[in-house]
Ligand binder design. Structure first.
Ligand code: R5P
Length: 251
């Protein structure tokens, strides 16, 4: 059965219909102080559940919903596969400054402590760090390279394409997409001041890009990263396409 938590924008229902699976209803409301109440009114002993949630927006509430659901399903002996379409707190994936919380580890440890069968993410920021932080269970990270490549080829087939990774963390993503598109890829060097958060880019690797650039990233948050790359490229007469998995579009 498929159970959609309140942050799921409809992917659970789509999967249930595509896979011919039943929906397990979820009831949720707020207590007067804002705390979350959650119930599976028709849960049965020993079921196998695909639980679907996106942790954006309202990351903290969305995380609590996952924890509440896992506790309840666990008491009924359910085997749970958790699909988190957007994994919050994923970018702070290690300690950059001493004493910092490595947020990703806390989130992944908390969620997998309930004995998940499978954790599934969609284009997680750092899948290796997710896997390392897991307390158990299988891990699948779904990568969109092939899907992006099909859409881009349909619209821009025949053009000389270069894939652009906005930072070294996106290099694997760019390599994979370039392989599907049959083009090359370049990696921009992004340096973040860990105290002020200020970001600087060395855009010189972009000088080799000629006709069409596909900038690929996991997340667009404020858009600052892709905007500086796009304006540099368009200023040089290159057409720019953005391929992004999680368009937060903050502000
Ligand atoms: C960071 O490493 C991520 O992969 C994205 O590049 C980043 O979150 C984008 O943020 P923004 O859109 O605010 O520049």
């Amino acid at each position: 059965m498929v159970a959609s938590l309140p942050g799921d924008p409809g992917i659970g229902a789509g999967l249930a219909s595509y896979l011919g699976l039943e929906i397990l209803p979820v009831f949720s409301r707020r207590f007067p102080d804002g705390e979350i109440y959650l119930r599976f009114p028709h849960v049965v002993e020993g079921g196998e559940i695909l639980l679907v949630q996106s942790m954006y927006p309202a990351q903290c509430d969305r995380l609590v919903e996952v924890l509440l659901a896992l506790e309840a399903l666990g008491r009924y002996g359910s085997r749970v596969h958790l699909l988190v379409t957007y994994l919050a707190y994923a970018r702070q994936d290690r300690e950059f400054l001493s004493g910092e919380a490595a947020s990703l580890r806390s989130i992944v440890r908390a969620v997998t402590a309930f004995g998940l069968e499978t954790l599934i993410t969609v284009d997680a920021h750092n899948p290796r760090a997710v896997r390392e932080a897991m307390s158990g269970g299988r891990y699948l990270n779904l990568v969109p390279g092939e899907v992006f490549a099909e859409a881009i080829s349909r619209k821009y087939g025949g053009r000389g394409v270069s894939v652009v990774a906005p930072d070294r963390g996106a290099a694997d993503r760019a390599r994979e997409l370039a392989k599907h598109l049959g083009g090359d890829y370049v990696v921009v060097n992004k340096v973040r001041d860990r105290v002020t958060g200020r970001v600087e880019h060395d855009l010189s690797p972009l000088d080799s890009v000629r006709d069409l650039a596909v900038v690929v990233d996991d997340i667009v948050s404020t858009g600052g990263t892709v905007a500086s790359i796009a304006s540099y490229l368009t200023g040089r007469g290159v057409e720019v396409v953005l391929a992004v998995s999680h368009a937060l579009l903050v502000g």
